[in-house]
Design a protein around this ligand. Structure first.
Ligand SMILES: [Zn+2]
Ligand SMILES: [Zn+2]
Ligand SMILES: [Zn+2]
Ligand SMILES: [Zn+2]
Ligand SMILES: [Zn+2]
Ligand SMILES: [Zn+2]
Length: 486
């Protein structure tokens, strides 16, 4: 018998529609996560120590939907202010659920779909405690800890609410999560949750670990607190700093859609990126290790040039050489660096000293730095950072936005040199973004808007001066329209 596309079960059935995918009785519905509920063509596979990953079982072209998913569960993130446990809105009044006493907006949220998972569990325990001596106070004293535990209870309760999804969740990796948060949850367990025999301490701890390792931050409007969602099949995607898929989140339902960013061939692993990919290799790898406990060795991390992005490139420390400095072996934390021109080697100690100094300078210029201050900083940084270095690009981005904000409303009045500078900066940043994070993004659209509007503005100025022809100006207009339509 064929194995299920998601788990190791071999008692499977073949899909009658696509006639190619096999699933067990738990994962029949998980197969229909293709575009608009159609069949999907993925398969989970084990990759040595790295755990599981997802592999394509057909070819995908750039832009194709690989799968679309609702979160298995979503919930509040305890670091935030007091928020409704159902809709995650920040609460200004002290409204609580009449059944379980957790914070909610109103009776609508009290009956809300997300809240039912923990409400049913807690209501029963609270009712049981009512008749016991001191029971009411015992429950009341734990409300804060129980609120911290909402997401973990929701995830745990999938065990009886939705066994198929529970099975997917239990396949996920877990690492120790935030110890402070675990302390509150454990306290809530020991005094309240323990009264429901379905809860068990070790299993609760593992679920908490799964939540911390796999929980994705939800994009919520500013009126809301913070929230996380766990997307089991999505969470099987492994990380690459140059991943072949891109993920979009719907603002309303928090569903995610995973699309192919490049061509993905049958049998190829589908990867996603757990971080903002602009940073240099040493910074990305350290971040991934701190947060997800692994040292990345993807294509981009293993390549000293970072696949041509040179996000960590420095300028040779040898007087007038001016050559490009790159790490000899980027996968070694303390690898020496060497100059591409004069071949001199420098120790990681020398390099990291400069980087620490640079970081301080960049931070002290802050986001409120004046354009003069930022221009000066860029001039200084260019003496030891290669022009594609991520810290330099960060400062350029800040400077660009300052120029752009200043000129808002009276674009005609922008001086020619400032207009030239805006065009130069936005082009620079766009080119670098194409190397580190190709494809569509909100940030890219903003940059393109700035770039093409400025090109057009400059064209208008040149036309008025008689420097360019009407045809040339029309070209700029068409060019802008073509880009902005996408
Ligand atoms: Zn299965
Ligand atoms: Zn099918
Ligand atoms: Zn609410
Ligand atoms: Zn409730
Ligand atoms: Zn990497
Ligand atoms: Zn050199």
């Amino acid at each position: 018998m064929e194995r299920c596309f998601l788990c190791d079960e071999t008692r499977t059935a073949k899909c009658r529609e696509c006639k190619s995918v096999h699933f067990c009785h738990l994962h029949r519905s998980s197969h229909k996560i293709g575009e608009n509920g159609s069949c999907s063509f993925i398969r989970s596979e084990k990759f040595g120590d790295a755990g599981r990953g997802l592999v394509a079982t057909k070819d995908y072209s750039p832009g194709d939907v690989v799968f679309a998913l609702k979160p298995a569960t979503l919930g509040p993130c305890v670091r935030s202010q007091v928020q409704c446990v159902n809709c995650l809105m920040v609460l200004h009044d002290k409204m609580t659920c009449s059944k379980c006493s957790l914070p909610v907006c109103d009776t609508k949220c009290e009956r809300g779909e997300h809240h039912q998972a923990e409400c049913q569990v807690l209501q029963k325990i609270r009712d049981g405690l009512k008749d016991q001596q001191g029971g009411r106070n015992l429950y009341k004293a734990e409300i804060k800890n129980l609120t911290s535990a909402v997401m973990t209870i929701r995830l745990f309760s999938l065990k009886w609410r939705d066994p198929g999804t529970w099975n997917l969740v239990s396949m996920l990796m877990d690492h120790d999560g935030n110890p402070e948060l675990w302390k509150s949850i454990l306290q809530a367990y020991k005094s309240i949750l323990i009264k429901d025999p379905r809860f068990e301490e070790n299993e609760l701890k593992r679920v908490f670990g799964i939540q911390c390792t796999n929980g994705a931050n939800l994009h919520l409007p500013p009126t809301h607190g913070r929230g996380v969602g766990v997307y089991p099949i999505f969470a099987l995607l492994n990380h690459s700093c140059m991943c072949n898929s891109e993920t979009l989140e719907s603002a309303e339902s928090h569903s995610v859609v995973v699309k192919a960013r490049f061509k993905i061939e049958t049998g190829e692993e589908i990867s996603t990126c757990y971080l903002k990919p602009e940073q240099a290799t040493f910074a990305r790898r350290q971040f991934l290790f701190n947060k997800w406990n692994f040292w990345c060795s993807c294509r981009r991390c293993s390549d000293p040039s970072e696949l041509g992005a040179f996000s960590g490139g420095m300028v040779c420390l040898n007087g007038r050489c001016g050559g490009l400095l790159l790490p000899c072996s980027p996968l070694e934390e303390i690898s020496p660096w060497f100059c591409q021109d004069c071949r001199t080697q420098f120790s990681w100690h020398q390099i990291s000293n400069i980087l620490e100094q640079t970081l301080l300078e960049v931070e002290s210029a802050g986001s409120g730095g004046s354009v003069e201050r930022l221009e000066e900083l860029i001039f200084t940084l260019r003496q030891y950072l290669y022009h594609t270095h991520y810290m330099l690009i960060q400062v350029e981005q800040r400077l660009l936005l300052q120029y752009w904000d200043r000129s808002k409303g009276n674009k005609e009045k922008i001086s020619r040199p400032v207009l030239d500078r805006i065009i130069q900066l936005s082009k620079n940043i766009l080119v670098q973004q194409e190397r580190t994070d190709p494809g569509e993004s909100r940030q890219r659209r903003i940059l393109e808007e700035i770039y093409y509007s400025s090109i057009l503005e400059r064209g208008c100025k040149d036309f008025k001066l008689g420097v360019i022809t009407r045809e040339k100006l029309q070209n700029f207009i068409l060019c802008k329209q073509a880009r902005m339509k996408i």
